[in-house]
Design a protein around this ligand. Sequence first.
Ligand code: GTP
Ligand code: MG
Length: 204
Amino acid sequence: MKLDAEFVCSAVKLTDCPRWHRVEVAIAGRSNVGKSSLLNALTAQKDLARTSKTPGRTRCLNFFSVGERFALVDLPGYGYAKMPRAEAHSIAKMMDDYLARRSNLAVLVSLIDSRRGPEHEEVELAGIIERRNIALIVVGTKSDKLRNSERRAAIGRFQILGVEPILCSAASGAGVDELRRRIVASVERSAKRTSQADLPPSAK
Ligand code: GTP
Ligand code: MG
C-alpha cells in the first residue's frame, strides 16, 4: 500500500485551512517526538515534511493531500518552552481551535515517545478527541531506541489511554506499515459514517 502525498498549504489560523471535503488525519505530539519524520516514513517521501534536531521546527499546520480521499496534517509540537511567549500562545490557540472545531478532522494520530509514555498533555488530548467522537490512533515513536527487554514495559505505560499503541520507528521502518493500514481503515470508516449522515433518515 502506498500513500502518495502532496503538500497543499500551511495554516496559522483556522480560516487559512483548506476548504475541501477531505477527511483529515492529524499527526499530533510533543515537540521533537518525531511527527514530521513519521509523516515522511508513512508516505515514503523523505523530504515531504521538514524534520530537525532542534525542537519547535514545525510552527504551523501543514496540509498534505493523499489521493482523492483524505489529507494528512502535520501539527506543530506542544510542550516546547524556548519560543517567544506570544508565538507559543498563538500556536496553542491554533491547535485548540483546530482540535475543537475543525469539522474535517476525523482521525487523530497521537505520537508519544516510546521511552516516555503518555503524560498529562496526552491524556488530556485523548479526552478531547474522545468527546468529539474522532478516531484515536496511538503511536509510540522512536521504537528503535527501545531494547527488546524494554518493549513490554513501554507498552504497559500506554494503558492509561485505553488504546493499544503501535510502536513505530521512522528510522528502521518498524510499525510503519501497520500504522498506514490503521490510518486507511479509519479513513474508510469515517467516510462511510459521513456518507450515511448525508442520507435522509428513511434511506439509512
Ligand atoms: P517538531 O516539528 O519540532 O515538533 O518536531 P517533530 O515531532 O516533527 O520531530 P522530527 O520529525 O523533526 O524529529 C525530531 C528528531 O528526532 C530528529 O533529530 C529526528 O531525526 C529524530 N527522529 C525522528 N524519528 C526517529 C526515529 O524513529 N528514531 C530515531 N532514533 N530518531 C528519530
Ligand atoms: Mg515537525
